[in-house]
Design a protein. Sequence first.
Length: 111
Amino acid sequence: MNTPLQLPPKTCSIDRLITLEADIQLVLAGRKTATRRNGRYADPGESTAFHGRRLVVIDVYRQKVGELSDDDAQSEGYESVEAYNQHILRLHPGMPWLPHMNMWVHDFRLE
């Protein structure tokens, strides 16, 4: 687990980590335990109210798009990297899917 001292400043607040209704439903169903963003939204150990529950961030780290595995995609609530890729490109039309592009991974649990 990274410590906040090793991480750069956050670019957004934790309450903006998961906002899409489809993603909210995946989290509540227990199928989504991570989210990837182009910025850092939370520190490890940080938590927020989430639809009557508590969302606790376990870890935050960088990952290159080209390093995504099917396990990573499944933690996002998708069956495969290809399914996750299609979802992201539907959300962000025209965005390139570049293997060297970095993302911030936020692993979390729901309490």
